[in-house]
Design a protein around this ligand. Structure first.
Ligand SMILES: Cc1ncc(COP(=O)(O)O)c(C=O)c1O
Length: 419
């Protein structure tokens, strides 16, 4: 007899998540017969489309052969680098930072420290799929706030109605995955105030923060918290910031993420991380911490952000007019298809198999519990089910145009009637 817990797997491995959403979508793509003039066009995955900058690869090659294990190097270099994003006066030091083996690991360790099994975490719906999977895996309960407005922004008043004595955290992602929605500094401050009022944590994943124009993304780290949070305590009392190095530095495979939180919380987090994986890989940490490298890499981050902005514009301009963009930002555009009564999951499968376009349907980012919520907001479930996530990050400008061209073909090629 093995220790395999069938009930746990049953809960985690729903049909929707079986084997992961990306592999599920890729399996549709395998059915497509590509030709040289009509290749498979993959806008399913939120990964960088370019390799890391050469200077980073060189630093990586040097650090890979170094016996140096100086643990604090990246923490101190990155605390300094964060000032270019959040402002020179920002109140974060290396003592507020822990480096993790990727941002997903940062979320897991944070949730393990903030909430016990049975406690509740509030997530906006649609959610970043790994968030839901981890919350279920860790046997914490997730409660969803639906973001039913066209812009996919959560509201603090809807969120407040869901808070009870079991609630331990509100977990937000901005710019959002899957919707691309960018939460304003004001909205983020309001969530921080709400969390503080109820003495719960605000977990803010800012993996895509380098890909927006508006800087700083928020003012929570400003030194005068009394003004920002309208209370006497600092961000350290309840804000946990998460970041991934995968996107900005184009090296997802090297597995580096970051948590900024109060040193008190970090004591528990680092113990948890030590149990899970001892430490994040050292060579990429040392490479990034090479003297003067982060400011140099900031220029290539800005160049990538600029190219991504241009690609978002190309997508917006070339998309068939009856496909509606709900929100767009960071790596993603969230788009409502025009075929009433056809769930996005059905359409995405046909798009992949018959037209060679891979994108992810709304059904991968929510579950059936969203239904009653939608009705109370005056939304129809069939409309909700028509949204599709396109990742503009990992394809070329020309591929974006080709994808839009194939979406134009849906009506005659797939025999569908637009509204
Ligand atoms: C919002 C968000 N957080 C975290 C991650 C994963 O980051 P990492 O590769 O650092 O684990 C992703 C990846 O898609 C993401 O979209």
């Amino acid at each position: 007899m093995s220790d395999y817990d069938a009930t746990a797997i049953g809960e985690y491995g729903t049909e929707r998540h079986e084997g992961g959403c990306i592999p599920h979508a890729k399996s549709w793509g395998v059915v497509y017969k590509p030709t040289t003039t009509r290749p498979l066009l993959d806008m399913s995955q939120g990964v960088p489309g370019t390799p890391p900058p050469k200077v980073l690869l060189e630093a990586l090659s040097q650090s890979s052969s170094s016996p140096n294990h100086q643990e604090s190097a990246l923490r101190s270099a990155f605390a300094e680098e964060m000032k270019t994003v959040y402002g020179r006066e920002m109140d974060i030091t290396q003592d507020d930072i822990a480096i993790t083996a990727g941002c997903n690991m940062a979320f897991v360790a944070t949730v393990m420290c903030l909430a016990d099994p049975g406690d509740e975490i509030i997530l906006p719906v649609p959610w970043y799929i790994c968030r839901l999977s981890f919350v279920i895996l860790l046997k914490r309960r997730r409660i969803g706030i639906s973001t039913t407005s066209m812009a996919f922004l959560p509201s603090t008043s809807d969120c407040e109605k869901l808070i009870n004595s079991q609630t331990k955290a509100i977990a937000l992602v901005t710019p959002n995955n899957p919707t691309g929605a960018i939460y304003s500094p004001d909205l983020i401050s309001k969530f921080a105030e709400l969390a503080q009022k109820h003495k719960i944590a605000l977990v803010l994943d800012e993996t895509y923060r380098d890909f927006v124009d508006t800087m700083p993304p928020h003012t929570l780290f400003a030194p005068f918290q009394t003004e920002v949070l309208k209370s006497s305590s600092s961000w350290r009392s309840n804000v946990t910031h998460l970041f991934s190095f995968s996107k900005s530095y184009c090296f997802p495979g090297h597995r580096l993420g970051l948590i900024a939180a109060s040193p008190d919380l970090l004591k528990h987090v680092t113990t948890t991380l030590d149990c899970l994986q001892i430490c994040a890989p050292r060579p990429p940490q040392l490479a990034l911490a090479s003297p003067g490298l982060l400011p140099i890499l900031r220029q290539s981050i800005q160049a990538s952000a600029q190219s991504l902005k241009i690609r978002h514009n190309i997508f917006r301009t070339h998309l068939p007019p009856n496909w509606t963009i709900g929100s767009q930002g960071g790596y993603f555009a969230f788009v409502k298809h025009p075929f009433v009564g056809i769930p996005a999951i059905t359409l995405c499968q046909r798009l992949a198999e018959e037209l060679g376009v891979l994108a992810l349907p709304m059904q991968f980012f929510c579950d059936d519990s969203i239904g009653p919520d939608l009705e109370s907001f005056g939304q129809s479930k069939t409309d909700w089910e028509r949204w599709i996530r396109f990742s503009v990050a990992n394809v070329s400008d020309d591929m974006v145009k080709q994808v839009c061209g194939r979406l134009h073909e849906c009506e005659w090629h797939l025999g569908l009637k637009a509204e």
